[in-house]
Design a protein around this ligand. Structure first.
Ligand code: DAH
Length: 339
């Protein structure tokens, strides 16, 4: 009975390894079933040796050793070169498609950033960037937000050592560029920003894009025309209306918040726009002369406008993503949909 069992196991093993083809996981399962250290079939066959009558032990032992070697060799071959083994074996079909690597896709936030950059590059803007670890002066003071200013409370800042912080907005790059360059300045600044905030609509890291234009004779009319052109292009598929509401930012005066008609209901009111028909999309205003003074730009000669918006929010709107946090878990099932 012992020798017969060996033959059965050998036949079963050869059939299994054949049907595994080049599949590494299947080969591993076979290894565990036959050669597993704790409960493999070869272990059972070895234990059975003890039960055999003495005269059968020698032949059985020899056959068992041969089987062990066969199993070890075939497993090794299957593991190390499953595909080359197949390729050199009989019946290899050279017309089978090759191994394909899973393809990645561009992230929705990146797609939105590219789209916005293209619109502003057409209008003659440059793309700038700045440090994510900022100093207090650029993140706050140069933007007319002194130490005791209540606007600081709106931005739950992550402070790091040496009085530095993770920038809470992309606005500090306005100040950095104006310190280094004379007007005319026409820039947009995409980048990561950080605030201590986390829920369906907030994440501790998110993305903004800042805009700044400084020249002689720049008016609020220029600001309006620029942002209307921009928003009509960004939401061109939706044909949105744009409205300006008076608002307040420390670094602009006057300031305006800009809304578009809700792209989900077309302005009639729905859950996404809180029944208002409008969705707030960006902040903007004319650069406050105090900001110019702080960075050495002649406020009598130059005027300018600035604006800032959240890229993640635009991605959520354009692609209908309900939870901001889905953007940052790295699940390809999300990103592949928008490629
Ligand atoms: N920095 C502002 C924020 O993070 C956004 C902003 C508003 C930027 C108005 C601007 C602006 O340049 O003019 O909330």
């Amino acid at each position: 009975m012992g020798a017969q069992r060996l033959d059965e196991v050998r036949a079963a093993f050869l059939a299994d390894i054949e049907s595994a083809g080049g599949d590494a996981a299947a080969v591993e399962n076979i290894r565990i079933r036959y050669a597993g250290r704790r409960s493999g079939l070869l272990l059972d066959l070895t234990a059975a040796l003890r039960e055999l009558p003495n005269e059968e032990k020698r032949d059985y032992g020899r056959a068992l050793n041969e089987l062990k070697k066969l199993v070890a060799d075939r497993l090794e071959a299957a593991k190390s070169g499953a595909h080359t083994r197949q390729a050199s074996g009989p019946g290899f079909d050279v017309t089978l498609p090759g191994l394909t690597l899973p393809k990645g896709a561009q992230h929705p936030v990146h797609l939105v950033r590219q789209r916005i950059e293209e619109i502003f590059l057409r209008m003659g803007y440059d793309v700038e960037d700045g440090p994510e670890i900022e100093d207090d002066r650029h993140n706050f003071e140069a933007l007319n937000i002194p130490p005791d200013h209540p606007a600081r409370d709106d931005q739950d800042t992550f402070y790091v050592s040496g009085g530095r912080l993770l920038r809470t907005h992309t606005s500090p790059v306005q100040a950095r560029v104006m310190e280094q360059r004379k007007p005319p300045i026409r820039i947009i600044v995409p980048g990561k920003v950080y605030r201590r905030d986390s829920d369906l609509r907030h994440s501790p890291m998110f993305h903004q894009i800042e805009g700044l234009l400084v020249d002689e004779g720049v008016t609020f009319g220029n600001l309006k025309a620029t942002l209307e052109t921009f928003l009509h292009a960004l939401f061109s598929e939706h044909g949105v209306d744009v409205r300006f509401r008076p608002s307040y930012f420390p670094f602009t005066e006057p300031s305006a918040e800009v809304d578009i008609t809700c792209i989900f209901c077309g302005g009639s009111g729905c859950g996404v726009c809180s029944r208002s028909g409008w969705i707030e999309i960006l902040g903007s205003g004319m650069v406050d002369p105090r900001v110019f003074e702080g960075v050495g730009v002649d406020a009598d000669r130059y005027t300018g406008f600035a604006f800032g918006l959240g890229l993640d929010r635009v991605a959520m709107l354009l692609y209908g993503i309900p939870d901001l946090r889905q953007l940052f878990v790295g699940d390809q099932r999300l990103t592949r949909q928008f490629a």
